[in-house]
Ligand binder design. Structure first.
Ligand code: HQG
Length: 181
């Protein structure tokens, strides 16, 4: 499979596993998991030709490691980014002192008023990696980087979660903890 084909399947997986499992008649289980064989059947029935080996390649090669298999390999899920109502079961974790969020300049005024809000997704997404966050911001326009005083947020009782691909999640970042860099 070439890069374009991998990307196309990855986008389809993101759509199904994060947002619209019902679009292929699937339900996500607790944790956001679906059985691998059921996913393959459902995708094939909806016109997306896929095999287990292709799926494994998409998961392994994914640029942001968006998906993961369960330990016994029977299930698969997206690691974050969901809008559909499912509990991923992440446990609170202690973040690094500073995290970053990439966004677009056009959102800055609103963000400085309301803080970072999760919108349709379950959480606000942050990373220790500035370049990753700049790339995320660029999807929305002219990118800017905000730093988040995660240490202070933790002290003040905010909860953080970390995914298997090192995306940090929290419910809301109030403006006081944000700084444009
Ligand atoms: C902005 C990608 C106005 C926020 C990435 C962002 C990420 C506000 C946009 C993941 C705001 C939401 C998520 C406020 C936040 N006023 N705008 N108060 N608070 N915003 O796509 O963080 O490639 O829902 O800054 O890697 O861009 O899909 O979130 O610009 O981890 O795997 O509102 O998506 O992952 O946009 O991206 P999004 P995001 P994937």
């Amino acid at each position: 499979m070439n890069k374009e084909q991998l990307k196309k399947i990855s986008k389809r997986l993101s759509y199904v596993l994060r947002h619209r499992p019902d679009s292929v008649n699937l339900d996500l289980e607790e944790g956001g998991w679906v059985f691998v064989d059921q996913l393959i059947d459902a995708l094939n029935q909806s016109g997306q030709s896929i095999t287990l080996s292709k799926l494994e390649l998409v998961v392994a090669e994914n640029d942001k490691q968006r998906f993961e298999f369960s330990d016994d390999h029977s299930k698969i899920r997206a690691r974050q980014g969901h809008s559909t109502d499912v509990d991923l079961g992440y446990q609170p974790a202690a973040p690094p002192e500073v995290l970053f969020h990439g966004t677009a300049t056009r959102f800055l005024e609103s963000i400085l008023q309301q803080g970072l809000i999760k919108g349709n997704r379950h959480h606000v997404h942050m990373s220790m990696n500035k370049q990753t966050m700049l790339d995320v911001g660029q999807r929305h326009g002219k990118a800017i980087l905000l730093s988040i005083d995660a240490k202070q947020m933790l002290t003040d009782g905010h909860e953080f979660y970390v995914t298997g691909n090192q995306v940090w999640l929290t419910d809301h970042v109030p403006p006081d903890y944000l700084c444009e860099i």
